[in-house]
Design a protein around this ligand. Structure first.
Ligand code: KIV
Ligand code: ZN
Length: 388
């Protein structure tokens, strides 16, 4: 099922919440879910209803208050999980049950203690059970990234036959490399005879810092749903970050055969909301949403950007929700940025000589401070004026 629409499945409220220390209350989940809806996220995984009474109530509350996105609940391939998810999702306009079972040799042998045949049987049973609640059933082969291809093909085919409309291939432990993960998706879609009856999805963890790269490689090889989280929140090193996946695809439309329908101008405020609710700060150099993502300090860069933004910017700060890009005045800054900022502050010099004197003072101060603020500039200017 190849399409030019890339479905964004946000799991901030489920896998993101599994970050140690990131648990959220029902009200907090509703606030984030509403923001995701405003951003036009297609599917919101609101939680794991069997995990606790609180999570059940939170999924139910999200299903009651969000009407434009599909609301999803996670369930192991177990009767009690699926029934609990089905119950929590009852108020949803559009509900999805996401059921999963592990398919890698280590998980089947050591964790599930089940034979591969039993795992297939359980997966089929679970998908059918979930179909009693909704036509929108997603099946995940947990630890697919370390599973054997023949077995993966077999279980995926069986899950589609049983009624799964989305097949999710997780790199649960972030073990894959991009070319390898892309090959896995391509091979599955080529080899599974009924693969055209389902959307192929990926869910990548970031243990080797490759979650976004692996997700993008999967999209280039046919996946049409990416599971991701705001700010890359998630178990251990986190999940693929929504903002990076979405903006990579949007910025490189020359490469990708599909795009999302997200309102990207909501990205920065959504990132700030998730950060303030979870208490997880965003690192300044984080792509897209970090405070420095659109900041320029070096004189060469500032001069280039002042002449034409595209010299050092591949996307517009405004398109992801920043009000503007930012010129940081520091010891690497040049005369052009210095003069431009002063002009913005309403300060103009009557001669080049006066500008040069002020610029020398600014440089001396910048050697002692990380960043020069507007108040510093005012002081530099008045000292220089007095001196001349
Ligand atoms: O990482 C994983 O495999 C998961 C599944 C439940 C999809 O989170
Ligand atoms: Zn996960």
């Amino acid at each position: 099922m190849s399409s030019d629409k890339l479905i964004i499945f946000d799991t901030t409220l489920r896998d993101g919440e599994q970050s140690p220390g990131a648990s959220m209350t029902r009200e907090e989940k509703i606030r984030i879910a509403r923001k995701l809806e405003l951003m036009r996220v297609d599917v919101i995984e609101a939680g794991f209803p069997i995990a606790s009474e609180g999570d059940f109530e939170a999924v139910k509350a999200v299903a009651e208050s969000v009407k434009d996105s599909t609301i999803c609940g996670l369930a192991r391939a177990l009767e009690k999980d699926i029934d609990r998810a089905g119950e929590a999702l009852k108020p949803a306009n559009s509900a999805r049950i996401h059921t999963f079972i592990a398919t890698s040799p280590i998980h089947m042998q050591q964790k599930l203690r089940m034979q591969p045949d039993q795992v297939v049987e359980q997966a089929v049973w679970a998908v059918k059970r979930a179909r009693n609640y909704t036509d929108n059933v997603e099946f995940s082969a947990e630890d697919a990234g370390r599973s054997e291809m023949d077995f993966l093909c077999r279980i995926v085919e069986a899950a589609i036959d049983a009624g799964a409309s989305t097949i999710n291939i997780p790199d649960t432990v972030g073990y894959n490399l991009p070319h390898q993960f892309g090959d896995t998706i391509r091979t599955l879609m080529d080899r599974v005879p009924n693969s055209d009856k389902a959307v192929f999805s990926v869910h990548c963890h970031n243990d080797l810092g490759l979650a976004v790269a692996n997700s993008l490689s999967a999209v280039l090889n046919g996946a049409r749903q990416v599971e991701c989280t705001i700010n890359g929140l998630g178990e251990r090193a986190g999940n693929a970050s929504l903002e990076e996946v979405v903006m990579a695809v949007r910025t490189r439309q020359d490469i990708f055969p599909c795009d999302t329908t997200l309102d990207t101008t909501q990205i920065v405020s959504c990132s700030k909301l998730v950060s303030s609710i979870t208490g997880f700060p965003v690192q300044p150099n984080k792509a897209i949403v970090g405070a420095n993502a659109f900041a320029h300090e070096s004189g060469i860069h500032q001069d280039g950007v002042l002449k034409n933004r595209e010299t050092y910017e591949i996307m517009r700060a405004e398109d992801v929700g920043w009000s503007h890009n930012r010129m940081v005045l520091g010891k690497h800054s040049g005369r052009n940025a210095f003069r431009t900022r002063l002009k913005e502050l309403g300060i103009e010099f009557s001669s080049e000589e006066k500008l040069n004197a002020a610029f020398q003072r600014f440089k001396a101060l910048a050697d002692k401070k990380h960043e020069i603020f507007d108040e510093d500039l005012q002081a530099v200017v008045s000292e220089s004026v007095h001196e001349l």
